[in-house]
Design a protein around this ligand. Structure first.
Ligand code: F6P
Length: 506
C-alpha cells in the first residue's frame, strides 16, 4: 500500500504535469512515442498520450518497487490467503499457468488440468446424446467472461453446439428461449460458483422442468452439494473452487460454453495467452512490464489527475462485450472504500467504467468525450489485421481509431467556441496484431493483473464483493410482499411501501 509520502509525491508530479497539456509533454520529450510504448507478443500498448511525463512515470515505478509489490505478486501466485475478508486464496492464475511454487498452487493447477479432460469427455457425451443447443444460465462472472470470449472468437472454431446465454431473472428471455429451442435437444448448464444465486436458481428451476430430464441439466459450481440437492446428477457436475473469484473464472469450467461452442483447442490457446501474461507479470522488470504500466496509468488518472470515469473503447465489434466484462472485473474488485485493515480509504479507488465499441460510439457519446465538461481517459483497443474480408471497412475503422485518439489529445482551436475542441484528453492505444484466442487471453489477463496491482497500491481487497449482499437480502425479504403472501406493509421503509403500493395496484 502506498504511504502518505507516495501520495504526496504523486500530487506533486500531477501539479507539474498539469502545467502543460499532453501535446506539450509530447513535444518536450523527444522519442516519447516509443519510450512510452511496450509490446508483449501480439499486444502493443502505447501510453504516450497519457498526461504525465517520464519523471512521474519513473518515480511511480520506483515507489511501486519499494512498496514490495513483487513479493505480493508472488503471494498471489503461491495461493497465500490474500482474500482476507473471505479467508480465501486467489488462484485463478493456476487455471492457466503453473508458476506457483507452493503445494496449494501446484495442486490447484493439477485439478484444473484434470477438469479440462472432463470437459472434453462431456463434449463427446453430449454429442452422443444428440444435443444441438446449449443454454448457459449464469450471471456476473458466471456469464460475462464466457459470453465475451464466445462472441469474440466465433470464427476460430466450431465445437459442434449452438450456445445461448441467459443471465437476468427477467422472464422475457426465458420465454423466448423456451419457445425457440427444442427441450429434447437442449442441455441446460447452470453456472454458479455458489449455486446460491437466486437469478440462476429461479431460471434453473423453470428450465429443469422444461427439459424434463435431469440428464440434460449440468452444473458448474464450487458447491456440488447444492447442485446435487437441485437434482443435478453427480456426473453432470463440473467443479470450480473457492479460490477462483467469479469475475476471474473465465479460465475455469465456467467457460464450458466456450468449449462447447468453439472447441477445446480454442480454449487451450486462450489459456496459453493468459499463461504468457502471467509469466510476463511475474518476471518482467517493472519498467518493462505491461501490467505495471497499465495499473500505474489507472492510478495516475484516478488519484493524480482526479478523473472519476474510465472508458474502454474497442475498435472491433468482436470485442463489443469487453467493456461489460471489465466493468465487473474492475468495479466489483476495486469499488471499495475501506482498506484491508478496515480503515476508511484516504484515496479515491475504482473509477466508473464505461465503454462500448468505438465506431458506433463515435455517433453517440463521443460528443461528450470530445467537448463535455468531464475528462474520460480511454483505453482504445484496435486490431491491426482484421478477421474479415473487407479491407476498405477495416482501413476505415483503423483510420477512425487513430483520428479519435489524436483529436482527443490535440484538440483544435476555433474562434467559434461551439466548434472548439479543447483536447488534452488522455488515452492509451492498445493494438493486437490479430484477435486470436491467444491474444484475447493475453489482453484479459493484463486487465486482471492490473486490477491486482491497483488494489495493492490502494491497500484494498480486490477479491471480495460485500457490497452486493445488502440488496440481495432486502430483495429476499420483499419477495413475499411482491408475491402478495404478506399484505401488512406497515413495517416497510416508507418509500418502498409507496412504490410497492403502486406496483400492487396495477
Ligand atoms: O452478486 C455478485 C456475484 O457474487 C458475483 O461476484 C458473481 O460473479 C455473481 O454474483 C454470480 O455468482 P455465482 O457464480 O455464485 O452464481
Amino acid at each position: 500500500m502506498w504511504n502518505e509520502q507516495d501520495w504526496q509525491a504523486l500530487a506533486e508530479h500531477a501539479r507539474r504535469c498539469r502545467q502543460q497539456p499532453i501535446s506539450g509533454l509530447i513535444a518536450a520529450e523527444l522519442g516519447r512515442q516509443t519510450a512510452f510504448a511496450r509490446k508483449l507478443g501480439p499486444l502493443y500498448c502505447n501510453f504516450a498520450r497519457q498526461h504525465l511525463d517520464s519523471q512521474a512515470m519513473a518515480d511511480m515505478q520506483r515507489r511501486l518497487q519499494d512498496s514490495g509489490i513483487q513479493d505480493q505478486v508472488r503471494q498471489l501466485f503461491d495461493g497465500v490467503r490474500i482474500n482476507r475478508s473471505e479467508d480465501r486464496a486467489v488462484l485463478h492464475t493456476a487455471l492457466r499457468s503453473n508458476l506457483g511454487t507452493s503445494p496449494e498452487a501446484l495442486s490447484a493447477h493439477a485439478e484444473a488440468q484434470a477438469v479440462l479432460d472432463t470437459m472434453s469427455d462431456l463434449v463427446v457425451r453430449l454429442k452422443a446424446q444428440g444435443i444441438t443447443d446449449i443454454l448457459s444460465v449464469g450471471i456476473g462472472g458466471s456469464d460475462l467472461g464466457p459470453r465475451l470470449v464466445l462472441n469474440a472468437l466465433a470464427e476460430f472454431g466450431n465445437g459442434g453446439f449452438r450456445v445461448h446465454f441467459l443471465s437476468s431473472a427477467d422472464g422475457m428471455y426465458l420465454d423466448r428461449y423456451t419457445a425457440a429451442l427444442d427441450p429434447e435437444k437442449t442441455a441446460v448448464l447452470l453456472v454458479s460458483k455458489s449455486f446460491g444465486t437466486q437469478e440462476t436458481l429461479i431460471n434453473g428451476a423453470v428450465l429443469k422442468a422444461w427439459v424434463g430430464d435431469s440428464e440434460r441439466v449440468f452444473a458448474i459450481t464450487a458447491n456440488g452439494a447444492r447442485a446435487a440437492a437441485f437434482d443435478v446428477p453427480p456426473d453432470n457436475i463440473l467443479p470450480i473452487w473457492d479460490w477462483v473469484g467469479g469475475r476471474f473464472s473465465v479460465w475455469s469450467a465456467v467457460a464450458f460454453p466456450v468449449v462447447l461452442g468453439l472447441g477445446m483447442p480454442v480454449f487451450r490457446e486462450f489459456l496459453r495467452g493468459a499463461a504468457d501474461m502471467d509469466a510476463h507479470f511475474l518476471n518482467a522488470p517493472i519498467s518493462d512490464n505491461l501490467v505495471y504500466w497499465q495499473a500505474l496509468m489507472s492510478v495516475w488518472n484516478r488519484n493524480g489527475m482526479g478523473y472519476g470515469t474510465q472508458g474502454i473503447i474497442p475498435y472491433d465489434e468482436r470485442l463489443e462485450l469487453l467493456p461489460a466484462h471489465l466493468q465487473q472485473v474492475i468495479m466489483e474488485s476495486l469499488g471499495k472504500s475501506v482498506t484491508l485493515d478496515g480503515a476508511d480509504s484516504t484515496q479515491a479507488t475504482s473509477p466508473v467504467l464505461m465503454g462500448a465499441s468505438g465506431n458506433p460510439s463515435q455517433h453517440s457519446f463521443f460528443q461528450y468525450l470530445q467537448q463535455g465538461i468531464g475528462t474520460v481517459p480511454l483505453d482504445i483497443i484496435g486490431v491491426v489485421t482484421s478477421g474479415h474480408s473487407q479491407p476498405t471497412n477495416h482501413h476505415f475503422i483503423l483510420a477512425n481509431l487513430l483520428a479519435q485518439a489524436e483529436s482527443l489529445a490535440n484538440g483544435q482551436p476555433s474562434e467559434d467556441p461551439q466548434r472548439r475542441y479543447p483536447g488534452n484528453r488522455p488515452s492509451t492505444v492498445m493494438l493486437l496484431d490479430e484477435l486470436t484466442p491467444y491474444a484475447l487471453g493475453l489482453l484479459l489477463a493484463l486487465y486482471e493483473h492490473s486490477v491486482f496491482v491497483q488494489s495493492r497500491i490502494w491497500g484494498i481487497n480486490a477479491f471480495d464483493q460485500w457490497g452486493v449482499e445488502l440488496g440481495k437480502k432486502i430483495a429476499t425479504g420483499l419477495m413475499p410482499y411482491v408475491e402478495g403472501d404478506l399484505t401488512d406493509l406497515s413495517d416497510l421503509d416508507p418509500i418502498t411501501r409507496e412504490l410497492l403500493g403502486v406496483m400492487l395496484k396495477s
